[in-house]
Design a protein around this ligand. Structure first.
Ligand code: AKG
Length: 343
């Protein structure tokens, strides 16, 4: 049953029309005729100097909820190797072998090879044109490399190294984001608590009718901060000023996406980035998203430093685990789960 729902299998064999479960309602379809706007104005920020980065990061979090970082300290060969391992799993590994890593189809966000993100969602959820592999990498008590592909031989080590580097970068960025608001550098990280990190490699096979489908539906990420790399195909779009803009791939840069808990903690001064992935008819696309989230028991609320008589809290406090359950059961539909917490 699981195998039949793999997008890779659905897309094989000269398919000319996408099955109806993948057809988006008209208002959610990408406009491929006029094309999306270009997000090349998205800020690219060098981390070589914290002083100049802080201010630029503050502006980017306010205006975009997203920005590229360069001079980030993560070895470029590690970014390239992570992408190539993803390609090797999805393209070279036989299906029989892939299915040995199938994620638990009865629980959401479980580790392994999957295709349906919204397992628990009620109602008619349109399926994403995407297969993925989710790795649980932090805290270390969740990290069990035996659940990750055994081949190529460096797969497990590279994922572990990549997770370590991304966590360090996420902590640096949470510090700079805090400081950009005049908060102590540890403010956001303390509000998040123990960092839960998942690394999701997404693979979008070519789609015969990209105008009807989405690789990944419109959403903002649930946690604190996401660090994303993509290949050179392109297809990630950001929703800004009421239009979808395509983010240009930059192989050496890392895209930072502000996620929902950061919007809550900053009392809405910084916005989480609403984004989606579109598909195309000719080339498979790959991205690697590294999510940094609070623990399920963490209570998240606007930072007390930001609350005054003239700026009261804009969001109700939420237990992160309840936010996650609601996200998966109601479906993201843009930012509706965050909007539901507005005071
Ligand atoms: O493929 C992409 O560029 C987007 C991935 C993403 O949004 C996600 O994994 O949540």
């Amino acid at each position: 049953m699981e195998a039949a729902s793999r997008v890779e299998m659905v897309s094989e064999g000269g398919l000319t029309e996408v099955p109806s479960q993948y057809v988006q309602p008209p208002d959610a379809r990408p406009n491929l005729v006029d094309g999306a706007g270009d997000a090349s104005a998205i800020p690219t920020i060098s981390l070589s100097s914290s002083d100049s980065a802080r201010e630029a990061i503050g502006r980017a979090c306010r205006d975009w909820g997203a920005f590229h970082v360069v001079d980030h300290g993560v070895p470029i060969h590690l970014l390239d190797r992570m992408r190539s391992l993803g390609v090797s799993f999805f393209r070279d590994c036989p299906m029989e072998e892939k299915l040995r890593y199938a994620c638990d189809s009865t629980s959401v966000a479980s580790e392994g090879y999957g295709s349906r993100m919204l397992l628990g969602a009620k109602g008619d959820v349109v399926l994403d044109w995407r297969d993925y592999f989710d790795h649980h990498t932090f805290p270390l008590s969740r990290r069990n490399p035996c659940r990750w592909p055994v081949s190529p031989p460096d797969y497990r080590q590279v994922v572990a190294d990549y997770g370590d580097e991304m966590k360090k970068l996420a902590q640096t960025l949470l510090g700079l984001i805090s400081q950009s608001l005049g908060l102590p550098p540890s403010c956001l990280e303390e509000a998040v608590g123990v960092i839960y990190q998942n690394i999701t490699v997404s693979y979008y096979p070519p789609c015969p009718q990209p105008e009807l489908t989405l690789g990944l539906q419109s959403h903002s990420d649930m946690g604190a901060i996401t660090l994303l790399i993509q290949d050179d195909v392109g297809g990630l779009q950001l929703f800004k000023d009421a239009q979808w803009l395509t983010v240009p791939p930059m192989s050496h840069a890392i895209l930072v996406l502000v996620a929902d808990q950061t919007e809550i903690i900053t009392n809405g001064i910084y916005k989480s980035a609403q984004h989606r992935a579109i598909t195309n008819a000719n080339r498979a696309r790959l991205s690697v998203a590294t999510f940094h989230d609070p623990s399920k028991t963490a209570k998240i609320a606007p930072a007390s430093h930001l609350i005054t008589q003239v700026s009261p809290p804009c969001y109700k406090e939420v237990v992160y685990g309840e936010f996650v359950s609601s996200w998966y059961s109601k479906a993201p539909e843009g930012k509706r789960n965050l909007d539901a917490l507005l005071c």
